[in-house]
Ligand binder design. Structure first.
Ligand SMILES: Cc1ncc(COP(=O)(O)O)c(C=O)c1O
Length: 419
């Protein structure tokens, strides 16, 4: 059963929730345009205020003045491990198990191939039919390369599948949050089931890291990867991360054996000997500007309790659903995101046949969400900078844009390249 509130009560409630919000001061750690409601931090996080001065220093002093000496003097060489450990702190990884660099797609390819190679005799790779496309495409490609088969098994059907065919499964690669619907799956239950079958658990944490506490070490996760540009706010195309549990590092046989992952890269020898530890996950020369940008961005989490971030995120998405129940009723919307807090990630999703045009109309009104084809309007909340007043304003604009039929206007019906 859902509670419905009158519009006036919603305004009062949003103000009360914001006034009592212990995380409200964190919004100042971001440079957000005035009067803008930004609900797309699950795609591209907002700009942290700590970033521009660091980028200016990296460009002008470290690159411009110190030039190549910066690899040593400004510790550029150690950036993948150092920034990796900073991400590791957000996902419950003890130091020395997380690396930053390359894209999520590349990290997935490396991790999945290495994981599958370490389970010879097991012919199956599992992925979710609802997984993000890159995860599915790379799983298919790794299977072709290694002569394995892919089974697309929804999370809900995993226990049954593992009971039947678990002994044949090499790796299960899943995302804890459905990027379209926002549904959150139980990391602990899934990890346990996969490992009990003797298979390896690989999580794509892109839509979870930075939005909720995650404990990869404690849960016994084998491998994890994720984007640096969503809730971590590392900027467009920010480096991704790779987590390799310590127990797997010695046997981590990655396919992309670039010279940075060599035990002694500057010996420049003709044969590959992998480095000790997670450093063997390195590939080629790291994207230093982007790594140091991500490092500066991660300072937004300094002193922040992720349990509070999760609690506020649930309050924001829950409030959005309440606002939708009250303000959007009869306007053709359906709530897609699970209402049960334990099953909700950090986004609220509504279905509407005019989702594309409505998102465009909202953008013109200063409310940014996004759309996933064919008809899902996604509103991602980053609890570090989104308020309950933002949520109410977004839903009020959505109601007005729908009631006024703005979505019929030609300029909102053109599809942009990136949605
Ligand atoms: C779950 C998930 N994995 C991976 C990616 C993207 O990977 P890449 O950074 O390689 O583009 C996304 C992008 O939205 C995603 O949602």
């Amino acid at each position: 059963m859902t509670t419905t509130w009158t519009p006036g009560a919603l305004a009062e409630r949003s103000a009360a929730l914001d006034d009592a919000d212990p995380l409200a001061p964190l919004r100042e750690r971001f440079l957000l345009p005035e009067g803008f409601v930004y609900l797309d931090g699950n795609s591209l996080g907002a700009l942290p205020a700590a970033v521009p001065p660091v980028v200016a220093d990296v460009v002008h002093r470290q690159w411009g003045a110190d030039l190549i000496r910066s690899w040593n003097d400004n510790a550029w060489w150690q950036a993948p491990e150092r920034v990796g450990d900073a991400v590791g702190r957000l996902i419950g990884a003890a130091p020395g198990q997380t690396l930053a660099g390359d894209s999520t797609s590349v990290q997935l390819f490396n991790a999945l191939t290495a994981a599958a190679r370490s389970r010879p005799g097991r012919p199956l790779l599992l992925t979710d039919p609802a997984n993000f496309p890159t995860d599915q495409y790379i799983t298919d490609s790794v299977a072709r390369l290694l002569g394995l088969e892919v089974r697309r098994v929804p999370v809900a059907e995993l226990p049954l599948f593992l009971a039947r065919e678990g002994e044949r499964v090499a790796v299960a690669g899943y995302s804890p949050v459905d990027y379209r619907t926002g549904e959150l799956y139980d990391l602990a239950v899934t990890t346990r089931a996969v490992r009990r079958a003797g298979a390896l658990m690989l999580w794509d944490l892109s839509h979870a890291a930075g939005a909720m506490p995650i404990e990869v070490d404690e849960l016994g996760v084998d491998f994890a990867v994720g984007c640096g540009y969503k809730y971590l706010s590392g900027g467009p195309g920010a480096p991704a991360y790779l987590y390799v549990a310590r127990r797997h590092q010695e046997g981590f046989d990655q396919p992309l054996t670039g010279w940075n992952g060599h035990a002694d890269p500057f010996a420049l020898s003709g044969g590959y000997t992998p480095a000790e530890g997670v450093g063997r996950g390195r590939i080629g020369t790291p994207p230093v500007l982007s790594l140091l940008t991500l490092e500066a961005a991660l300072s937004v989490f300094d002193g922040v309790d992720l349990a509070l971030v999760r609690a506020k995120s649930l309050s924001l998405t829950g409030f959005l659903l309440e606002c939708a129940d009250t303000l959007l009723s009869g306007l053709g919307f359906t709530v897609v995101t699970p209402r049960e807090p334990a099953r909700r990630g950090s986004q609220a999703v509504l279905r509407h046949p005019e989702a594309h045009a409505l998102a465009a109309a909202l953008t013109e009104r200063g409310v940014v969400g996004d759309v996933r084809a064919p008809d899902l309007l996604r509103f991602g909340v980053n609890a570090l900078y989104v308020s309950h007043r933002d949520i109410l304003a977004a839903v009020c604009h959505l109601r007005e844009a729908t009631e006024l039929g703005e979505y019929r206007q030609q300029r909102f019906r053109r599809r942009a390249t990136v949605t």
